[in-house]
Structures are given as structure tokens and as C-alpha cells.
Design a protein around this ligand. Structure first.
Ligand SMILES: Nc1ncnc2c1ncn2[C@@H]1O[C@H](COP(=O)(O)OP(=O)(O)O)[C@@H](O)[C@H]1O
Ligand SMILES: [Mg+2]
Length: 363
């Protein structure tokens, strides 16, 4: 039995071996972690209860005396071996597993090995990918449908109505702009994700960068009736980072404050040094963008950085929002080994803080 255990320890997935009576004779450390301790001597059916898996084990132990299990055509296996997908309960957790049952090499006597691969994470990733494709298609289809409708109207009923024509062309321009923005942001997001593991190598004049964005958005702040208050932007400072990406981060946060937090009439942009930031285990710079707008209900806060997540889809859409901005922000901040903190209270306003490590050399 010890020799069987030694064999299983070399396998990188949870794996058990059972004897001719389907009692567990060995389990590797990963199997013990998945199914709990003290597996040895237990009937297999008490470890993994799924009927299809139990039948597969019986079949491998006695192929003549047991009906063959129905194989999953997507998971081909050599003769005498069966692989199937089954939901299993392990340490109280439901997992989707790919289970391979094979005869124990005859030198160990009659028995079977059962290898269990947890597919839950891969399955979840696949589901996210499907959701993402569905979201992108929907977001692109909406403006396209509007434009197609207006083209028809312009060809037909509005053909000779100059005023209507101008109005429809304006709307079409806006919808085309929305599609354009969506595609640029999607490209930007995939670029940022592809680079996420490589640390930025530049040095960025952070206060200068913030002043530049504020100067560029000043007309918009004025149009929105928002007074801009700044603090700490007059110092000289360079932080390690990627200038274009950090511009994207703060431009999005400031635009959001102007779009969604304008009701408060004031926006504060602050740059401050933190002597020791516990989350980064060292000195850091904190940039805070704060508004006194309507705020965001607590249940939305953890989801704001999800792709396409918007609190009020209708309102965000009307403001030209794609819901990708904060997802891009999060990935860029991650690439800088920084942190994004979101605090908000309904009726009081919102505060978005980006914390960047002073040095990127370590960690
Ligand atoms: N300062 C803010 N005040 C209130 N809500 C905000 C603020 N910033 C972001 N939000 C909410 O978070 C959502 C996601 O923001 P973001 O990812 O930048 O998308 P977008 O700006 O394209 O709508 C916004 O649609 C909005 O509902
Ligand atoms: Mg935004």
C-alpha cells in the first residue's frame, strides 16, 4: 500500500486508489486536502457519492459484471479507462470535477485509481468569457440599431424635412461616437490586461500630469457648474509609472466625478504622501478624487470595477458611459502595484483614491 501511496504523490491532481472491494487504500495530499483526512479504509462511495463515478469505479473493478458507464464523447480515454464530468461535494463545497477512473497497475493487485480535476475555476472563466462576448455584442448592437433606424427614416418620411434631417444626423453622430469610444476602450482594456504583468519603466511627473488633465477638463467642469479645488499639486515629484496609463486613470476618475457627481457643485483633487501604507508595506503617494454628488449605494461598490458595470445603466448611457472606465483603472493600478479605494455615501458624495508605491523596485 505504501508503494501505491508513493505512486500517487507524484501526480499533480487529487488522486485516490481503491482495492477490489472499492475501499480506499491510498490518497495523495491533494486528495486529502479536497476530501478531508482519514480516507484510508473507507468505502469509496462515502468519499465521492456521485452515482456515475461510483458506477465507473465498479466497472473498472469488474468490467464483466457491471454495465459500462456512458462515456462523455468530449473526454476520450484509452480502453478500460473512463473520464466523466460530475458535480462533487468536497469539504462542503460543490465543485465541477473531471474524474478519471483507471485500473490500478496489476503489480499492485486488483484495484482502481480515481483522479479528480477541479474544473470549477476553468468553467467560471469560460462563463465570464461568454458573458463578456454577449455584453460587447449587446453594447455594439444598441447604437447600430438606432443608426439603422435613422437611415431608414432619412430615406423615407424625413427625406425632405431639413430640420429633422439635421437632428437625426446629430443623433447618428452621437451613436457613432459611442461605438467608437466603446471600441477604443475595449482595445485599451485588452492592451492594459496584456501588459499587466510587466512593470512600467518610466518616471512620471504626477502633479504635472494631474494639472494637465484638470486644465483640459476645465471647460467641462465649468459647463457642469463644478468648482475644482486642488491640494498638493504644486510640489515637484516623479513617481515610477507609465504616463499614458496614469493619464487614463485620472482622466476617467475626474470625468466620472464631473459626470456623476456634479450635483454637489465641487470636486476636490488631492495629492498626498503616505509615510507608510500598510497595504503596500512602504511609502506611497495617494491621489484622491472626491465629489459631493449623489453617491453610490453600498451594494454597488465592490462591483464598480467589473467590465460594463454601471449603477444606473440608463443614466450612464445617456452620459455616454461604457462602463469600462473603472475596469481599465483597476488593471492599470494593478500594473503599478498600487491600490484603488472606493468610498461613497448616498447623499454625501464619492471618493476614489489611487495609492501608488513610491518605489517599484521591490516586490
Ligand atoms: N463619482 C461618481 N459618483 C457616482 N457614481 C459613479 C462615480 N464614478 C463612477 N460611478 C458609477 O460607476 C459606474 C462605472 O464607472 P466607469 O467604469 O467609469 O463607467 P462609465 O463612466 O463609462 O459609465 C458609472 O456608470 C457610474 O454609475
Ligand atoms: Mg468613466
Amino acid at each position: 500500500m505504501r508503494r501505491v501511496a508513493g505512486l500517487l504523490d507524484g501526480v499533480p491532481v487529487p488522486m485516490l486508489a481503491v482495492d477490489r472491494d472499492a475501499r480506499v487504500i491510498a490518497a495523495n495530499a491533494l486528495a486529502l486536502a479536497l476530501f478531508g483526512p482519514d480516507l484510508e479504509g473507507r468505502p469509496f462511495v462515502t468519499v465521492l457519492r456521485h452515482p456515475a463515478v461510483v458506477q465507473a469505479v465498479d466497472w473498472v473493478l469488474d468490467p464483466e459484471g457491471t454495465p459500462a458507464p456512458i462515456a462523455d464523447p468530449a473526454l476520450p480515454a484509452p480502453a478500460g479507462v473512463i473520464t466523466l464530468r460530475a458535480p462533487c461535494t468536497a469539504d462542503g463545497r460543490e465543485i465541477l470535477a473531471e474524474v478519471t477512473v483507471a485500473p490500478l497497475p496489476s503489480l499492485f493487485g486488483r484495484g482502481a485509481t480515481i483522479a479528480v480535476q477541479d474544473r470549477s475555476v476553468a468553467e467560471e472563466a469560460e462563463q465570464m468569457r461568454r458573458d463578456f462576448v454577449a455584453n460587447v455584442s449587446h453594447e455594439l448592437k444598441t447604437p447600430l440599431t438606432a443608426m439603422t433606424g435613422f437611415i431608414e427614416t432619412l430615406r423615407g418620411p424625413a427625406r425632405d424635412d431639413a430640420r429633422a434631417r439635421d437632428r437625426f444626423l446629430d443623433i447618428m453622430e452621437r451613436e457613432a461616437g459611442r461605438m467608437n469610444r466603446l471600441i477604443s476602450e475595449l482595445l485599451s482594456l485588452s492592451r492594459v490586461q496584456a501588459e499587466e504583468r510587466s512593470r512600467p519603466s518610466g518616471l512620471v511627473d504626477l502633479p504635472g500630469l494631474l494639472r494637465g488633465i484638470l486644465a483640459m477638463l476645465a471647460p467641462r467642469a465649468e459647463a457642469a457648474g463644478v468648482e475644482v479645488v486642488t491640494e498638493g499639486l504644486d510640489r515637484a515629484l516623479r513617481v515610477p509609472g507609465d504616463g499614458d496609463q496614469l493619464t487614463q486613470v485620472f482622466q476617467n476618475l475626474i470625468e466620472n466625478a464631473l459626470k456623476y457627481g456634479a450635483a454637489g457643485g465641487v470636486m476636490r483633487v488631492t495629492l498626498a504622501r503616505i509615510a507608510h501604507e500598510p497595504l503596500l508595506r512602504g511609502p506611497a503617494w495617494a491621489v484622491t478624487v472626491e465629489d459631493r454628488g449623489d453617491g453610490i449605494e453600498e451594494q454597488h461598490l465592490p462591483r464598480l470595477t467589473e467590465r460594463f458595470y454601471r449603477v444606473d445603466t440608463h443614466r450612464a448611457r445617456a452620459q455616454g458611459g461604457t462602463g469600462l472606465g473603472l475596469a481599465i483603472v483597476k488593471h492599470i493600478v494593478n500594473r503599478h502595484r498600487g491600490r484603488l479605494r472606493i468610498e461613497s455615501r448616498v447623499g454625501e458624495g464619492s471618493r476614489f483614491t489611487v495609492i501608488l508605491p513610491e518605489g517599484l523596485a521591490r516586490g
